[in-house]
Design a protein around this ligand. Structure first.
Ligand code: NAP
Ligand code: MG
Length: 499
């Protein structure tokens, strides 16, 4: 760890990092059945951060059995909704109280800025818990005015109820470890489900720290189980015959494996997958706001974001000036470790991700793309890369087609007469899109034509806990956040009474 990092670390973080982290199953901290552990690393210097129990199929099975017992016992699903509400609200409050501790730990494990992790990842996770806490008391069914054509002389009283799905497996990636976990945990728990959380192998730490908060908030044992491990643990969870539902965020490739693995018991599946989102700048946009917003669109979280606006479409009359302004702004961004408060762009999460992103940069250059700024590694230690703006690209280049998951944007001009929608929609993905213009008709018309789950006008990353989020096409199934987010974790029962 760097001297700066050690100097600023909270004592609570330091003590959490000492000693092997265990699995959290049935309210107990336990070793992996195999006794194995794995190391999680600090991406800023590639040095080991902590040893973590290595969960595998047998541990997943133990956790599923604990979650099943807790679900069947009914002390969670049948708890008074306002009691569940208070506990989940308390989880949000405790997260806020310990925000800096969680933020630092996230920064160390993932590489992102501790300041941003505290202000965005942790604060938003707390907001998500409180938002869904409120839903525990509002999961209402309906009364249905049935006609019953085959019983014309009888009267009926028919209604629906919303019930929890049961045991839910939650598999999350490393880019927003705590936040992606909270997007799944909060609605699942509010609806009365019990869960097994499988964090990503690169970033297991904040998920384990979260177990302390669930305990303090008073959740019964077995309601939340946390099993760090590798892809085989995720596969064991998604193939387990006693798991009723899988919620997954990660790559489209693994999303397809989860669909295959779910067939055994036809468990329900929701998926938040990859993206290659278009960010469209019309010539009549507020130039400075669009430059700043477009930079944020592809650089936020070092480009390791499923919604990253990495295909920048700029109207041809301003293309050169605009892309140069974006490249100039990108070249000013302060690169450094996440615990340095002046850092704007941290390292990528791992050697693997570093190799993947620098590989795409090299492929782009070999294909004939021109880097207005960046194009390679930054510094000599850690997994840092330069923010990179490519122009002179063709639609068939891999840097235009594929999700890079790093701070790399491809910029393409469009002509007002020909329009931009067909090019923007030319992707297997459909997660998000940005539109910049002062013409409100053009903005709404374009928003209607874009095939994406979220469209942000004159801003990018315009998320809110109350707004549903999810993908078209190969970006996923289902929606998270908002009232729609509860659909994934509830099932409807129809009750019809002959009076
Ligand atoms: P990934 O493999 O899809 O990882 C996501 C989660 O799935 C992790 O917890 C992972 O465990 C687990 N997993 C892996 N194989 C599994 C399987 N067969 N069954 C069930 N779960 C499984 O993503 P990655 O390898 O970390 O990243 C690869 C690429 O995916 C990135 O470069 C990026 O393009 C994309 N990605 C997208 C998002 C997004 O938000 N859309 C997030 C992350 C990555 P392990 O950590 O042990 O592999
Ligand atoms: Mg790590």
């Amino acid at each position: 760890m760097t001297a700066v990092a050690e100097h600023r670390l909270q004592p609570a973080v330091q003590s959490f990092l000492s000693g092997t982290k265990q699995l959290y199953i049935d309210g107990q901290w336990v070793d992996a059945a195999s006794g194995r552990t794995f190391t999680t690393y600090n991406p800023a210097d590639g040095q080991p951060l902590a040893e973590v129990a290595h969960g595998e199929a047998e541990d997943i099975d133990r956790a599923v059995r604990a979650a099943r017992r807790a679900f069947d016992a009914g002390h969670w699903a049948n708890m008074k909704p306002n009691a569940r509400e208070r506990m989940l609200w308390r989880v949000g409050d405790l997260l806020n109280e310990r925000a800096e501790e969680f933020g630092q730990l996230e920064a160390l494990d993932n590489g992102k800025s501790a300041g941003i992790a505290t202000a965005v990842d942790v604060a938003w996770a707390a907001d998500v818990f409180r938002y869904y806490a409120g839903w525990a008391t509002k999961l209402e069914g309906t009364t249905v005015p049935v006609s019953m054509p085959f019983a014309p002389d009888k009267q009926f009283h028919a209604y629906t109820t919303r019930e929890p799905v049961g045991v839910c497996g939650l598999i999350v990636p490393w880019n927003f470890p705590l936040l992606m976990a909270s997007w799944k945990l909060a609605p699942a728990l509010a609806a009365g489900n019990t869960v097994i959380l499988k964090p990503a192998e690169q970033t297991p730490l904040t998920a384990l720290l979260l177990a302390e908060i669930f305990e303090e908030a008073g959740l019964p044992p077995g309601v939340v189980n946390i099993v760090p491990g590798f892809g085989d643990a995720g596969a064991a969870l998604s193939g387990h015959l006693d798991v009723d539902k899988i919620a997954f965020t990660g790559s489209t490739e693994v999303g397809k494996k989860i669909v295959d693995a779910s067939k055994g018991n036809l468990k329900r599946v929701s998926l938040e997958l990859g993206g290659k989102s278009p960010n469209i700048v019309f010539a009549d946009a507020d130039f400075d706001a669009a430059v700043e917003g477009s930079l944020n669109a592809w650089l936020f979280n070092h480009g390791q974001s499923c919604v990253a606006g990495t295909r920048l479409f700029v109207e041809d009359t301003i293309f050169e000036k605009f892309t140069q302004a974006v490249a100039d702004a990108a070249s000013q961004v302060k690169i450094g470790p996440g615990l340095d408060p002046t850092t704007q762009l941290g390292p990528l999460v791992s050697q693997e991700q570093f190799d993947k992103v620098t590989g795409y940069m090299a492929a782009g250059i070999a294909d004939g793309a021109r880097a207005l700024t960046g194009g390679g590694r930054w510094g000599e230690v850690g997994y840092f890369v330069e923010p990179t703006v490519f122009v002179d690209v063709k639609p068939e280049f891999s840097i235009v087609q594929e999700e890079i998951f790093g701070p790399v944007v491809v910029a393409m001009p469009f002509n007002a007469e020909e329009g931009v929608v067909a090019a923007a929609n030319d992707s297997i993905y459909g997660l998000a899109a940005g539109i910049w213009t002062k013409d409100i008709s053009k903005a709404h018309r374009t928003a209607r034509e874009i095939k994406a789950g979220s469209v942000w006008i004159n801003q990018y990353n315009g998320f809110d806990t109350a707004m549903p989020f999810g993908g078209y096409k190969q970006s996923g199934w289902g929606r998270e956040l908002g009232a729609n987010g509860l659909d994934a974790y509830t099932t409807t029962k129809s009750v019809n009474v002959a009076l």
